[in-house]
Design a protein around this ligand. Structure first.
Ligand code: 3H9
Length: 724
């Protein structure tokens, strides 16, 4: 848990040892407290270097222990003891120093970091604030404006930036521990009081109150109801206005309150869910750990439309060689320009280049010839969503690519299995559903068809991780996990309009719940014609179906033609200046309620004899979120996802579900499965023509078995599938 030995004469070394990231568990805190006592009591020891095993300083407090009562010495006291030491304490930071890890380092009198190290206080992303003195020490070290930005965003800071800001005293490309030991030798005997951050005054700009007020306004605007960012500013305000010890009391009060909150539990669940989804499994039992990914050095991207460009940029950023193929010269030139532009902007942002161009452009080949894909290890096809076109591309790929090259299709809904049937290498075909814009969005659904091999899935997941994506393995069904659930969510929103709500009312309820944008604003942003095209292609609307039919049913189920009617009127969303909302000009992003929309809805309701009723925000949330969770249960039943964590990760990272609500499945568990079941039964009784409101058998089964906690559902589902 912490090793201790004497080295280089008077310098003692304390090594945090809790692989993989040296999380500061109770056992680690206990061990460090003990060895620190030994070092301080040893007259031969004149300085101490604190480092971490395995090239990692520390990933912070042990998140797994948050659910249990605190045991062992508190981290805040340990940091205090380190700072109070009369012998110089030097932190040797390799890998990461995050959260409590950085707080431990801030207790040291000096900090030396490896050039590749990353530092930060990401507690806000776990629904917390730094709770071991970080909110009080960081502004004393680097000043309030920078501390405010770093703590409220939780972002990681590179070693170079940390040096510029003054978080570390030195960075090195060499052995960090050896450098720190040398450094420690050089500072023996120097006075320490100016190095103790708790004894310093906070470096505040003249208008610190204005800075903090602006910070508070900013976090409130962005937080969408999350408490932690607000608490961060409150703790920093205490640092600016109170003596250190009182500021620390405020920090303790705030973190204690947050620690018990459902928001923190939800966000910590999200952190763990992301890791669980990354170690994918399917109900079939196929697992990441058993399947070896193949090496990918060179990737082909076919199609340089919006998706192909974003995918290419993400690959190049990861240092992977790309052969980008287009069939049309003009489209290729445009795509090339767009890709190079994005990479150049990247480089400028990072200050990587003084001249034009990105340092990675040598990784790119643009071509009009598929033949150039002969030596790639994997291809990502990103042509238009059209099955015959994709089939033609896949047939050609089989001809030109080496026999063991993986063939991946970037599709948001098409049948990966049908596509793989045109190849002679079905085990090597998987779906890679990127989200737009692909160079920004984190989520990647890796679609495993019935013939896809576990190795192919493992390879796509590994590639996704290298590209900085959060991969989730899903089964092959229309819309996979994300879009399949989205359809039902949209349906509920449209039905609510039919029954009496306005787009603004539905959006406001969803935004108060925590979504950054309501569903109608999102639809306007994405363009209403996208769904219209898909519905037309799937036969839901078309010449044989009268959208004005009084039953408003399609294929036997309730169907709202509202979005189709909008498209027919040319209301396509932001791009046409009108959609569910009104925009000042086409392309403008500021939605305004449209009186014409109200009139349109009134006319629609009277045409169909619907008496509008007042719809409470509570009903909006229940119908939208429970419909999502209910479909999630069906997805688990069918084996399209292996566990609730996978579904929640898809929703949080692909569909902006608020992290502080955990995800639709976690939210259902928080509400209580029996309550969700009862409300779904109620709504289904009122709307029997909406089968998606009918509670799923798995939900009923879980309730019958006493509503086990969400982390047990995966095992439950696996068990269910093994008995089918
Ligand atoms: C805090 O410090 C509060 C303080 O202010 C004090 C309050 C009093 N705890 O992500 P990876 C596990 S709050 C426990 O796949 P990577 C992780 O679950 C904390 N476990 O690797 C996984 O386990 P498994 C503030 C942790 O290389 C394994 O390590 N700190 C912790 O892609 C590998 O993780 C943070 O928010 C932890 N703190 O990324 C940092 N961290 O193999 C959270 C990791 O069983 N951590 N694990 O699935 C991270 O951001 C990333 O894990 C890190 C490594 C960048 C460190």
């Amino acid at each position: 848990m912490a090793r201790y030995w004497r080295t280089q004469g008077p310098v003692a070394l304390i090594t945090l040892t809790n692989p993989p990231v040296n999380a500061l568990s109770a056992a680690v805190r206990r061990a460090v407290t003990d060895v620190l006592c030994r070092a301080l009591a040893d007259d031969e020891v004149k300085a101490v270097v604190l480092c971490g095993e395995n090239g990692q300083f520390s990933g912070g407090a042990d998140i797994r222990e948050f659910a249990t009562p605190l045991s062992g010495p508190a981290l805040v006291s340990l940091v205090h003891d380190i700072e109070a030491s009369e012998k110089p304490m030097v932190a040797a930071i390799e890998g990461v120093a995050l959260g409590g890890g950085l707080e431990l380092a801030l207790g040291c009198h000096y900090r030396i970091a490896h050039a590749k190290a990353r530092l930060g206080l990401p507690e806000v992303t776990l629904g917390l604030i730094p709770g071991a003195g970080g909110t009080q020490r960081l502004p004393r070290l680097i000043g309030m404006p920078s501390a405010l930005e770093i703590i409220t965003t939780g972002r990681h800071v590179s070693a170079q930036e940390a040096l510029k800001l003054g978080i570390v005293d030195q960075i090195t490309d060499d052995n960090t521990v050896e450098t720190a030991v040398k450094f420690a030798l050089s500072v023996i005997g120097r006075p320490l009081s100016s190095r103790r951050l708790s004894e310093r005054a906070v470096v505040c700009p003249v208008d610190v109150v204005g800075v903090l007020e602006a910070g508070m306004a900013r976090v409130k605007r962005r937080a969408c109801g999350a408490s932690a960012p607000v608490a961060c500013v409150q703790a920093l305000t205490a640092a600016a206005t109170l003596p250190y010890s009182r500021g620390l009391e405020k920090e303790e009060h705030l973190i204690t309150t947050l620690m018990d909150s459902s928001q923190a539990r939800s966000m910590q669940y999200c952190f763990m869910a992301q890791r669980i989804a990354g170690k994918w499994s399917l109900p079939s039992g196929a697992r990441w750990s058993n399947s070896k990914p193949t090496a990918v050095h060179r990737v082909g991207v076919v199609g340089l439309g919006t998706m192909g460009r974003g995918i290419t940029v993400s690959l190049v950023r990861a240092g992977i060689s790309v052969v980008a193929v287009e069939t049309d010269k003009k489209q290729m030139d445009m795509g090339k320009q767009a890709v190079l532009g994005m990479l150049e902007r990247d480089a400028q942002r990072r200050g990587d280049t003084g001249t034009r161009g990105h340092p990675s452009t040598h990784l790119l080949t643009f071509t009009l010839s598929m033949q150039q894909l002969g030596n790639v290890d994997l291809v990502i096809e990103a042509v238009f969503e059209d099955m015959p076109l994709k089939k033609r591309v896949f047939t050609e790929l089989c001809r030109v690519c080496k026999p063991d090259a993986l063939l991946c299709t970037n599709t948001s809904a098409l049948d990966v299995d049908e596509l793989s049937a045109v190849t002679h290498r079905r085990p090597l075909v998987v779906g890679m559903h990127f989200f737009a814009p692909a160079n920004v969005m984190k989520l990647l659904e890796v679609v495993c068809g019935p013939h896809s091999s576990p190795e192919a899935v493992a390879t796509a997941m590994t590639l996704g991780k290298r590209m900085g994506k959060i991969g989730v393995v899903v089964g092959n069904c229309p819309g996979f996990v994300g879009n399949r659930m989205l359809m039902l969510y949209l349906d509920q929103a449209h039905f609510l309009l039919e029954e009496g709500a306005t787009p603004e009312e539905v959006d406001q309820a969803l935004e108060e719940f925590g979504f950054a944008m309501g569903i109608f604003k999102v639809s306007d942003l994405s363009g209403l014609d996208v769904g219209w095209r898909i519905r037309k292609a799937s036969g839901l609307i078309g010449p044989n179906v009268d959208p004005k039919a009084p039953s408003r049913r399609r294929q036997g189920n309730r169907y709202s033609p509202l979005p189709d009617l909008l498209c027919e009127q040319g209301r396509l969303g932001q791009k046409s200046g009108r959609g569910w909302y009104l925009y000042d000009t086409p392309g403008s992003k500021e939605p305004r309620p449209d009186p014409a929309m109200r009139r349109f809805l009134q006319e629609y309701r009277s045409r169909y004899g619907i008496t509008p009723r007042h719809i409470h925000a509570h009903e909006v949330i229940e119908r939208c979120t429970y419909a999502l969770a209910n479909e999630g249960f069906r997805i688990l039943e069918e084996g399209v996802a292996a566990g609730p964590e996978d579904i929640d990760v898809v929703y949080v990272f692909g569909y902006s579900w608020p992290k502080h609500r955990g995800g639709p499945m976690f939210h259902a568990a928080q509400v209580g499965l029996d309550r969700v079941l009862q409300r779904l039964e109620h709504y289904h009784q009122l709307h029997p023509d909406t089968p998606h409101l009918q509670p799923s058998p798995l939900l009923r089964r879980l309730v019958k078995e006493g509503s086990p906690p969400v982390h047990q559902w995966r095992e439950h589902v696996r068990h269910m599938h093994s008995h089918l």
